[in-house]
Ligand binder design. Structure first.
Ligand code: ZN
Length: 465
């Protein structure tokens, strides 16, 4: 972009900063807590607020798309020239609940600036990031009459409750959402001084294992050595799933895992991770897990299987000489690229049936919707340009990170729109997201404005799909 152009946009951001912060506060004052039925009107008020802000930014088409729950705010500004790309921007206007209220230094919905930080529920997740994308559009609109690329906005009000209606909304409005690329302004950087881009996240499956022995609880003296014990059986079954050092022993479990390339291992190795301080922070002697892989490789790029709950039998004080009739476990697995959830579930079921001790019946039930892992190629045209824009701003190459967690929206955009999503936002892991005293660094609001501006400019001139 021309220096003069950037200077004019910069000058605009400086001149409008107080107003931007005032609007940011206004947005934060709306307690749009999606989880609370009592806040339904407030969530709707936030949706209206965002719709109005889009219109004020000059976006020609703005509407609320109704869903079974809270509405999706939609906006569209078509590209001027057929050669310029259209980007779909995703973010969310709902927030987590604010309790426990007495742990906040200032009330969660009375936004307060302290030490260059905006303190309020939603300041970082995700209202600050959402708003700065709108202010970028507004700046282009004011100075040039339009943004340099086509833009579609899709802001949901149910992210914090797991986006139960987003997928249906995307499917219903596919024609409104046609874009050359999808970006999310809901994401976390590696650290305040370490800009990063997300290359992947994990998939998820959940299962409940129920094991059954005799038809009723039995006396362990009368029946010991004769009747099958479901709790012993469950312990045997679960114990057969890992080696002592944490490798998963279920046949076929790793079959579809795409091995890490040299490049990926180098990217991961470039991310600073202090094992000792991590271990200290959670009170363990050292990180543990599958041999042959570094800690971040295990967390980001190797599948895991965890027991999340176990129950059955006597749990009161003292002894009870009982052989319980049943026992249960809940397990979840985090999956990595190329693993098909249904195949992993089938492998676990086979393992359980093959290893089930005599006299015991075991059943396996899927407990939640499953999702596949997400991965985006570093050569993705928008990701490549985002990397350049970050490098230009920070004077260093961003880290390429993955997430051990799951991003359901990534799968929706991938499956329903055929788009890998580029995450670019300025929340930092230390900003108390979902906790008391959530905050957003205002210097990142400023930086986000400039980098998004730069990114749209770069994409308008160097688009190759
Ligand atoms: Zn969020």
């Amino acid at each position: 972009m021309g220096d003069r152009d950037m200077q004019a946009l910069d000058a605009y951001f400086v001149a409008e900063r107080m107003r931007h912060l005032e609007e940011y506060r206004e947005f934060l004052r709306i307690p749009s807590v999606s989880a609370l039925p009592s806040h339904r009107e407030e969530v709707l008020r936030a949706a209206d607020w965002v719709a109005r802000a889009l219109r004020q930014a000059g976006v020609p088409t703005v509407e609320l798309l109704p869903t079974q729950g809270h509405p999706v705010v939609y906006g569209a500004w078509p590209a001027e020239n057929p050669g310029t790309p259209t980007l779909l921007l995703y973010a969310h206007y709902d927030t987590q609940p604010a309790d426990p209220l007495d742990e906040w230094t200032t009330p969660p919905f009375e936004p307060t600036i302290r030490d260059g930080r905006m303190y309020a529920r939603g300041a970082s997740d995700d209202k600050g990031n959402l708003l700065l994308t709108l202010k970028v559009v507004e700046a282009f609109s004011a100075l040039r009459g339009q943004p340099p690329t086509g833009l579609i906005f899709l802001f949901e009000g149910e992210e914090e409750i797991g986006s139960p209606n987003l997928r249906a909304c995307i499917q219903e409005h596919k024609d409104l959402l046609r874009a050359d690329a999808v970006m999310s302004a809901d994401s976390v950087m590696w650290a305040h001084d370490a800009p990063s881009l997300v290359l992947g996240s994990k998939g998820l499956i959940g299962l409940q294992i129920d094991v059954q022995g005799a038809q009723s609880d039995l006396h362990s003296g009368l029946h010991g050595g004769l009747a099958p014990n479901p709790l012993n059986a469950l312990a045997t079954l679960l114990g057969s799933m890992w080696t002592r050092d944490g490798q998963i022993r279920i046949e076929g479990f790793y079959d579809e895992v795409r091995p890490l390339s040299e490049r990926e291992r180098a990217e991961i190795a470039a991310v600073p991770f202090d094992e000792a301080s991590y271990a200290r922070s959670i009170g363990i002697p050292a990180p543990v897990g599958e041999p042959g892989y570094g800690p971040l490789e295990r967390n980001w790029a190797r599948p895991t299987l965890d027991v999340n709950g176990l129950w059955g039998g006597f749990q009161g004080e003292g002894n009870k000489t009982v052989i319980a009739r049943e026992a249960h476990a809940k397990i979840t697995c985090r999956l990595v690229p190329n693993q098909v959830p249904a195949h992993v579930i089938a492998a676990i079921e086979r393992h359980i049936q093959t290893h089930c001790p005599p006299g015991i019946t075991a059943t396996v039930e899927q407990t939640a919707g499953s999702s596949s892992a997400f991965a985006i190629a570093p050569t993705h045209p928008v990701l490549r340009v985002a990397r350049e824009a970050l490098r230009a701003s920070y004077g260093r190459d961003p880290l390429l990170i993955r997430l051990g967690g799951t991003l359901p929206v990534a799968e929706y955009f991938q499956k329903d729109l055929g788009q890998d999503i580029v995450f670019l936002a300025w929340s930092m892991p230390d900003e108390h997201l979902h906790g008391p005293d959530e905050f957003f660094r205002l210097e990142n609001f400023d930086r986000g404005l400039r980098i998004y501006t730069d990114l749209f400019e770069r994409l308008s001139v160097q688009w190759e799909s």
